[in-house]
Each structure stands twice: as C-alpha cells, then as structure tokens.
Design a binder for this molecule. Structure first.
Ligand code: G6P
Length: 362
C-alpha cells in the first residue's frame, strides 16, 4: 500500500526518500525513450498562444512556482508571473492581453487557489492545474490537468510534491520552448538531467547521518535561523525556511542574501545559524561575501553548495546538475534538516500544531 508508512517512523521521511523515484516516474510518464516531451498538444498550443503565464499557488506550491518562473522564462521565453493565491484573488494585478493560468496545488483543494480559478473561469481565460490528486476540485474546474504521479503525500510538510512540481514544470517548459523554437530548450536534455537528479537525490538521502548531526549541532538549540541565497537560491531558501518553521517551530526566514544587510542583519546574534545556498555560478561569490558579513556579526554560517562551486570548508556539497534544476537537489538537505530538528525535539513531525494538509477555507 502506497499510503503505508512501512518501517518509517514518520511519513515525511518516507516521502523525502521517495523523491528519486518520483523523478524517474515523471520522466517515464512525460518523456519518450529519446527524451521527447509527451504532453497534450492542445495544452501546448493554448500555452503557446499566451503572451504571459500566471502561476498561482499557496505555501510550498507557491514556492515551486517561483522556480517555474525561471524555467518558463529561460526555456520557453514566455514572461511569467508567480502569485500567492490568497493575494491574487482580491487584488488582481493588471493582466496581459492573453493570459494563461497555471495552478500549482498538491491537493487540488486549496480554497484560496480555487477562488482564483473561479474568477479565471468567469473571465474565460484558459488554465492548467498541476496536481497530485486526480479528479480534485481544481483539476475538474481547470481547462487542462497534469498529474504529479508522486503517490499520496500524507505528512503536512510537503516534500515530494514540491520536487515533482518543479520537475514537471521543467518538462512542460522544455516542451513549450521546443514548440516555439528555442535553441536552449532543444539542447536541454531533460531525460538525462532528471536521471542525474534522481541519482543526486539518492546520494543526499543516503547522507542522513550527516544531516542529523548538523541539525543537532546548529539547529536543535536555536529559536531563530536564516536560509539565504540569490535568484533561484533565494526561491529555495523560502521553501527551506518554511520546512523548518512548520515542523520545528524555529523562527526561520528565507532571505535574499544581498538584501539582508538592508535591515534584517540586525537580527543576527552570536551563534544564529545562517545557511547559504550556493548553486548559481554568477552569484556564488556574492552569497559567500554576504555569509561573511553575517559571520562578522557572530552568525554560525553553513553552506550548501553545488560541487563545481565548492571550496574547502563547505559544509554540504551537492552533485552537479543543470543550474536551473539545482533546486531539486538543494531543497533535500533542508527537508532533512527540518525533519531531524523536529524529530529530536520530540515533536509530531507529520502533524505539526495549527496546520492542516489541505486548507479548504479562505
Ligand atoms: C497547506 C499545507 C501546505 C501546502 C499548502 C498548499 O497549507 O499545509 O503544505 O503547501 O496548503 O496546498 P496545495 O495542496 O494547494 O499545494
């Protein structure tokens, strides 16, 4: 039974461990043997006809949308906006002439996101729901649906749905970019990349001891922490911080590393953990100097770095995959750091206080 915990103490750990298989499953489902995307032609044509994509989501799904923006803009060259559904629903920005809406929702039932879809349908705009649950409300009500095939996600803190959403966005962006003749999309070997991602994820989940040790040493006793990064790394830092907050109750901010010095750095005290994501060549040096700035104020800094950018003394080195797909790897240690912190605080990892798996009120 897919929804059985088996020998795992908590669903969250099982779901973190399932991620390499989810990557393989998405490649099998949506790519041909030769790596050609196998996506509904009508959906692709509807997206191609759009002058702008609007990605809508809440919580972790919103964070997956932030990575999607980079993928759609880089691979398909279509301007893309990402919005928190509860904000968009009541303060709709000025729309482009031909918008296309993408709803990211693991459950397909989030009321805030559904409210946006109701408005989108009233206005007659085309939409796609990317969800893990077949026949869910947002799936039924959108024009098109793509399923995540991640298997049931039971833990309140979302893990495999986030990485599945990003991988599927990448496949979709590649398909769209090929259709619109983008060389970068043609050259993007998504099948090979997802294979590398799956292997890389496996290597990270095989290093659990190391992450439990890092959690015990730096996170267990603190009540404040930061994840920082620039660009894509900033987007991942938001998700990493959310994971830690929701299950360990540590106040954690995901922050744009260059923006920290404009105010928030005042919160750094002796020993405050600041974890930097360094996976993008053009900002690696800058994030390293921003980490230095926090260290000079007493922070305990840690680095999560892709192999080709690593230097002596880095704390966690991630295997190299395409820069656009690095979030699929960099988020995994953050999921595990949150898991072990919650576990060793003796908290209920799967059912954190005040939270629900799917929120059906606005
Ligand atoms: C709840 C869950 C989050 C989730 C969010 C959006 O708040 O606790 O983990 O990210 O809803 O859910 P969805 O099903 O729309 O992705």
């Amino acid at each position: 039974d897919e929804a059985d915990k088996g020998t795992y103490p908590f669903y969250m750990l099982k779901e973190v461990d399932e991620q390499p298989n989810v990557m393989r499953k998405l490649a099998q489902t949506y790519l041909s043997e030769h790596g050609e995307p196998n996506i509904d032609k009508q959906l692709l044509q509807a997206m191609e006809a759009a002058d702008r994509l609007y990605i809508i989501g809440a919580g972790t799904s919103y964070h997956a949308g932030l990575i999607g923006k980079r993928l759609f803009e880089n691979l398909a060259h279509i301007p893309t906006e990402v919005h928190v559904s509860s904000e968009f629903a009541y303060e709709q920005p000025m729309l482009s002439e031909k918008p296309f809406f993408i709803f990211l929702t693991q459950s397909g039932e989030t009321a805030d996101s559904r409210e946006v879809l109701v408005n989108v349908n009233d206005a007659g705009y085309p939409s796609l729901t990317i969800t893990n649950v077949q026949n869910s409300t947002l799936s039924r009500e959108a024009t098109y649906t793509l399923l995540l095939h991640a298997g049931p996600e039971i833990a309140v803190a979302s893990t495999k749905a986030y990485t599945a959403q990003i991988a599927l966005e990448a496949i979709l962006a590649k398909a769209l970019g090929e259709l619109t003749g983008q060389i970068i999309a043609q050259n993007f070997n998504i099948r090979q990349q997802l294979g590398l991602v799956a292997t890389g994820m496996q290597a990270i989940v095989d290093e659990k001891d190391k992450l439990e040790e890092m959690s015990s040493k730096y996170l267990l006793k603190t009540n404040r922490a930061f994840y920082i990064g620039r660009g894509i790394d900033h987007a991942v830092s938001l998700e990493a911080a959310l994971k830690l907050k929701e299950i360990s109750y540590i106040q954690c901010e995901g922050f744009a590393s260059g923006e920290l010095k404009h105010g928030t750095i005042a919160l750094i005290e002796a020993g405050t953990p600041v974890i930097g994501f360094i996976t993008q060549a053009k900002t690696a040096g800058l994030t390293r100097s921003n980490l230095q700035e926090t260290m000079a104020r007493g922070a305990q800094t840690l680095t999560i770095v892709r192999e080709s950018l690593a230097v002596d003394g880095d704390d966690l080195v991630l295997p190299d995959v395409d820069e656009m797909l690095m979030p699929l790897l960099s988020v995994v240690p953050a999921q595990l750091l949150a898991y072990y912190t919650s576990l060793n605080k003796g908290l209920d990892v799967d059912k954190p206080r005040n939270l629900a798996k799917s929120v059906t009120v606005e």
